[in-house]
Design a protein around this ligand. Structure first.
Ligand code: SAM
Length: 246
C-alpha cells in the first residue's frame, strides 16, 4: 500500500502544473451547488473550484496532503472544508450534487472489495440527481512493454528542476502496477538531492468498471476517453454515473 503522507512533500512539485483536467472539472461543476472531492490531495482541483464560489468538501486519507492543501489557502473560504478520511469509510452527514474522484484517485484502492466498499459509501452520499465522475487509466501495450526506465524533467521554469526516472513492475493477476521513482532535485543547476518514492495503483478495464458500478447501484451515463469528452481509443477513461432508478 502506498504511503501518501510520504508523497505529500513532493506532490506539488511533480503535479501542480498538470492542468489537463481542470477546465473539465470546472465545467461539470458549474451547475452543482455542493461538491465532494474524494482523494483531494493538496487541493489542485479543490481550491480552484472553491475559489469560484463552489461549496466543496475535500477528503483525503493523508493528513499531510490536507495540511499542505490548507496551507495554500490565502483568504478565508467558508465554502471549503477539508477532512482526513478514507474513501472506503466515508462518513459525512450530507448529500452532494456532484462527487468527483480526479486524477486516478479510485485506483488507489487495490482490490475489488475496497472498490465496492467505496462505491457503497458514495451511494449513501447521493441524492437522485447526484453525478459521480472519476477519471482513471489502464495500461496499453506501450506501457506494458516499457522495459527501460522512463525519464522526464519537470519545473524547468523555476530555480530548481526535477529529474524523474521511474520503473514499473506489473502484477497482471491482481491488475496492480508498482512504480518506483528516483527523483533528483537540482538547485540552480548545481547542487542536487536524490529521493526515492513508490506507489501502487490498481487498473480496471472499461467493462469491469461498468460492471462494478452497475453492481453497486449506479448507472453509467457517459464514458469519455479524454477531457475534451472525445471517444477516441485511448487508455484514459472518464466515467460519469448516477444512481440507478430503483
Ligand atoms: C493522484 S492523487 C490525486 C490528488 C488530487 N485529487 C489531484 O487531482 O491532484 C490521489 C490522492 O488520493 C488519496 N488517497 C489514496 N487512497 C485514499 C483513500 N483510501 N481514501 C482517501 N484518499 C485516498 C491520496 O492521498 C492522494 O492524495
Amino acid at each position: 500500500m502506498t504511503n501518501y503522507d510520504n508523497w505529500a512533500e513532493i506532490y506539488d512539485e511533480l503535479y501542480s502544473e498538470y492542468t489537463d483536467d481542470l477546465s473539465f472539472y470546472q465545467e461539470i461543476s458549474s451547475s452543482a451547488k455542493s461538491i465532494l472531492e474524494i482523494g483531494c490531495g493538496t487541493g489542485r482541483i479543490t481550491i480552484p473550484l472553491a475559489m469560484s464560489g463552489k461549496a466543496i468538501t475535500g477528503i483525503d486519507i493523508s493528513s499531510k496532503m490536507i495540511e499542505i492543501a490548507k496551507g495554500k489557502i490565502k483568504k478565508p473560504l467558508p465554502n471549503l472544508s477539508f477532512k482526513v478520511m478514507d474513501m472506503t469509510e466515508l462518513n459525512l452527514n450530507q448529500q452532494f450534487d456532484l462527487i468527483i474522484i480526479p486524477f486516478n484517485g479510485f485506483q488507489s484502492l487495490l482490490n475489488e472489495f475496497d472498490q465496492l466498499k467505496c462505491l457503497k459509501k458514495i451511494k449513501s452520499l447521493c441524492h437522485k440527481k447526484t453525478k459521480i465522475i472519476l477519471d482513471v487509466f489502464f495500461p496499453d501495450k506501450e506501457i506494458f512493454e516499457q522495459k527501460n526506465t522512463v525519464f522526464y524533467q519537470v519545473s524547468q521554469k523555476t530555480q530548481k528542476s526535477l529529474e524523474v526516472s521511474h520503473i514499473t513492475k506489473f502484477d497482471y493477476f491482481n491488475q496492480l502496477l508498482h512504480t518506483n521513482l528516483k527523483i533528483n532535485k537540482i538547485f540552480n543547476n548545481q547542487n542536487s538531492k536524490v529521493s526515492y518514492k513508490s506507489f501502487t495503483l490498481r487498473y480496471c478495464y472499461p467493462q469491469e468498471l461498468i460492471y462494478i458500478f452497475e453492481m453497486s447501484g449506479f448507472h453509467i451515463t457517459n464514458i469519455y476517453n479524454d477531457f475534451n469528452k472525445s471517444l477516441i481509443q485511448s487508455n484514459q477513461l472518464i466515467i460519469e454515473a448516477k444512481l440507478t432508478n430503483e
